[in-house]
Write a protein that binds this ligand. Structure first.
Ligand code: NDP
Length: 327
């Protein structure tokens, strides 16, 4: 049987993790033949609640769960982990400026980047879920000096999957019929969900859904879906965010080569006019645990404008925390 993989998850006592952890332990993320050891990380004040979560995980008697580590110590939490899902983050306080939120979160992700660099498995894949996810990913990857930037990503999979579902529902088809959806840029309302190449059973999606629905309903709905969930459920999306984190990691570890998927990844400055050094969402395919950006797409002027708006927001976020990027 396979050697267990150590999986670290931060914010493990929180809402997203309350659905995510059980599914990882069940095998939904790394495969139904892959044992896991969960490293549950949270702040000191959350340790008692974390213990309760660990007790429930144990009580499920998952055959693939071969160990549970609960800790507030990043060295213990990240030692030898091959997957790290950074979910814990500080929510925006009442009346707090976005710049201050960025800085407060930066202070959480600097030590995490350093600890991953010092203690994680050299082949670790790190997904940042906690918001502002793209800029938090930039901080983490920057401070993880011994690890390659390509091993870090910010989550835009929920935005991607929301877009897929909207197209399936609108066209009366099923998820498996939909291909080549793209979400560009920041995980924020400036993100750019793009159906220019999307297909439904091989037919051009834009011909089926119509321009009016695309621009007036689809794009704003995907951009603001988080708020729509809060308005209806009274709480933020947690199970769907957890599912997206899991699916992102599943694609990364087990491959995603027959369709495109959206990953927020380090921009090299040569791709679709995105400035260098931002964690920006691109369409990728994944093979052998390595993503590759889908190259050679022709971008219209209007689409390029939207992609620049979301890139500019990421440049502003980076500027707000630039002091914290010094190593
Ligand atoms: P959740 O588990 O609901 O959310 C955690 C993070 O995921 C938030 O930053 C949230 O952003 C983000 N997120 C990303 N995508 C989505 C999405 N689509 N829908 C909803 N959230 C999304 O938060 P809880 O407050 O329940 O739990 C947070 C945990 O983190 C707690 O256990 C806490 O102790 C821990 N924590 C750790 C800190 C640290 O490491 N120092 C600091 C603060 C908290 P958004 O806020 O924008 O919804």
């Amino acid at each position: 049987s396979k050697k267990p993989i150590r999986v670290a998850v931060t914010g493990a006592a929180g809402q997203i993790c309350y659905s995510l952890l059980f599914r990882i332990a069940h095998g939904d993320m790394l495969g139904y033949d892959q044992p896991v050891i969960l490293h549950l990380i949270d702040i000191p004040a959350a340790q008692k609640a974390l213990k309760g979560v660990a007790m429930e995980l144990g009580d499920c008697a998952f055959p693939l769960l071969q160990g549970i580590v609960c800790t507030d110590d990043l060295k213990v939490g990240f030692t030898d982990v091959e997957a790290a899902l950074l979910v814990g983050a500080k929510p925006r306080g009442k009346g707090q400026e976005r710049g201050d939120l960025l800085k407060d979160n930066a202070k959480i992700f600097i030590p995490q980047g350093k600890a991953l660099s010092d203690y994680a498995h050299r082949d670790v894949r790190v997904l940042v879920v906690g918001n502002p996810a793209n800029t938090n990913a930039l901080i983490t990857a920057t401070h993880a000096v011994s690890l390659p930037k390509k091993n870090f990503a910010a989550m835009t999979r929920l935005d991607h999957d929301r877009a897929v579902w909207q197209v399936a529902e609108k066209t009366g088809s099923v998820v498996a019929d939909i291909a080549k959806v793209v979400v560009w840029g920041n995980h924020s309302p400036t993100m750019s969900p793009d159906l220019a190449w999307a297909t439904v059973k091989g037919k051009r999606a834009l011909d089926l859904v119509g321009e009016e629905w695309y621009t007036k309903t689809f794009i704003p709905r995907v951009q603001k879906r988080g708020a729509e969930i809060i308005e209806n459920r009274g709480l933020s999306s947690a199970a769907s965010a957890g599912n997206a984190a899991l699916e992102h990691m599943r694609s990364w570890f087990l491959g995603h080569k027959h369709d495109w998927v959206s990953f927020g990844i380090w921009s090299n400055g040569n791709t679709y006019n995105v400035p260098e050094g931002l964690f920006y969402s691109f369409p990728v395919t994944v093979e052998n645990k390595e993503w590759s950006v889908v190259n050679g797409l022709t971008i219209t002027a209007e689409q390029q404008r939207k992609m620049t708006v979301t890139a500019n927001e990421l440049l502003e976020e980076r500027k707000a925390i630039e002091d914290l990027l010094k190593i």
